[in-house]
Every structure is written in structure tokens, then in C-alpha cells.
Design a protein around this ligand. Sequence first.
Ligand SMILES: Nc1ncnc2c1ncn2[C@@H]1O[C@H](COP(=O)(O)OP(=O)(O)O)[C@@H](O)[C@H]1O
Ligand SMILES: [Mg+2]
Length: 261
Amino acid sequence: MHKPRIFSVSNQKGGVGKTTTTINLATALAAVNKKVLVVDLDPQGNATVSVGSRRRQGSQNSYTLLMGKDLIQTAAVETEIPNLYILPASQELLGVDIELAEMEKPQFYLKKALSNLDNFDYVFIDCPPAVGLLTMNALVASDYVIIPVQCEYLALEGVADLMKTIDRVKRNFNPNLTLHGIVLTMFDGRSNLSKSIVADVKEYFKDSVYDTLIPRNVRIPEAPSHGKPVMIYDVKSVGAKSYIRLAAEVLNREKELLKNG
Ligand SMILES: Nc1ncnc2c1ncn2[C@@H]1O[C@H](COP(=O)(O)OP(=O)(O)O)[C@@H](O)[C@H]1O
Ligand SMILES: [Mg+2]
């Protein structure tokens, strides 16, 4: 019996690699015998589909879990990947901000729902591209945040807002919340823009930026249509290899943080 380490993967911008990072980190850790749960908090359900599952309505999904209509022990669904479980998204998540806003302490529903989870090693929460109450719930429930930043023009747009939200959550709701790291995604080694963005982000966020750069790789967008993370779809691809390297870095950094904290 032990509590899992809980990670939110968050950035209010869409299309920056949140879902890809979530499912591939989760799969890499599952492959080294960690028991891992992915919580899909994005109504679009991309993480759900990308691990070969499907969105659900009525029960066994992240909406019914949030609303206290399901228990995590029975709602999490096994995937075809050994040790990897998914709490599927539901379209019902679309109205959840309004619904939660009317409740008492609306930021704490996910934390409560995950509080007696004691048979997993890691939880990765795939956040929607917005800093509404769903993302708040994710941050309040988490030990760590990972922020994917795409190596494109306006890469840092929105990240300042997210950092402010993280600070606010730390002050008011969850003092333990820690920025685990910034992962630079869709890096293109031939593009000067990509390189200058890496330099800018490193200058701004310093050691918080993981050493591992995730390059652009065509196998990554191919993988979800096969219902598989790229690591299973094509383990030899540079995309898979870079996520395996990132997973090792995440584990190492976690050890460092635990030692220092
Ligand atoms: N390293 C990469 N190389 C190429 N395509 C990528 C890479 N990372 C993500 N993608 C693709 O970019 C799109 C957005 O990525 P996704 O992880 O869904 O972002 P988000 O969850 O932030 O919206 C998806 O089609 C995904 O397959
Ligand atoms: Mg996504």
C-alpha cells in the first residue's frame, strides 16, 4: 500500500504535445514495471483513444469520477499495455466548469476522488487546453506539473498565465505542488526558429527545462490512429527513443526532488 506520485501535464495552449507527452511517459514507466494510471481530463478524449480505449458516457469516466458517481478503483480501465490503466474522458466534461462552479470547494473534487488510490505508482493527468476548473482540479490533486512547450513561434504565450495559476494553487490549495519540468516538443534541428526558442526557454526557465528535446517525428502523429503510443507502435523511431530518454530523466529528477525536499 502506497500513495502514487501524481503528475499534471498542462499548458493552456492546444496542440503543444500534452497528450503525446502524457501517454508516452506513462507507457515508458509502465514498461519498467510501474503501475500507471492516465486520467483523461480533456473532453476531446485524445489520450483515451491514443491508448486504444474509447470515450464513455454514464459511468467509468473522468466526469463521473469527478462528480463522485464512480470510485477510482472500479472506474479505471485496463489497456492492452501491461501495467497501464486509463480513466477515459467523456463528452460530459464539456459542461463541467459550469457544474463545478456551483458546488462548494469546486477545486477539490479530483483530489478527493484520487485520495484513496493506493495500488498505483504513478498517475498522469492529461489536462485540457484551458486554465478552468478542470485544470485547477488537476493541479490541486497533483504533486508535480510537467509543462510541454512547442518549439514554435509564440511558444511561451500562455505559459506565464499557467505559472501564475500554479502559484495561486500553491498558495491557496496545494502547497506541495512543484514544477517538475518543462519539456520542449516538436523540435526541428534544421530550423533556426526552433533553436532560438530552445535558447529562449532555457534562459527563462533555466534548470527546469529537461535536457531531453522531443524532435518532430512523423511516427508520433501516426500512432494514435492505431490506438497505440508511439513507443508501442514503433519503438525504434526517434520519437519513441526520445520519450524513453525523457522518462528516465523524469525518474531521476523525481529522486533529486525527493532528496532535496
Ligand atoms: N514530436 C512530435 N512530432 C510530430 N508530431 C507531434 C509531436 N508531438 C505531438 N505531435 C502531434 O501534434 C498534434 C498535437 O499534439 P498533442 O499531444 O495532441 O497536443 P495537445 O495535447 O497539447 O493538444 C498531434 O497530432 C500529435 O500527434
Ligand atoms: Mg491533448
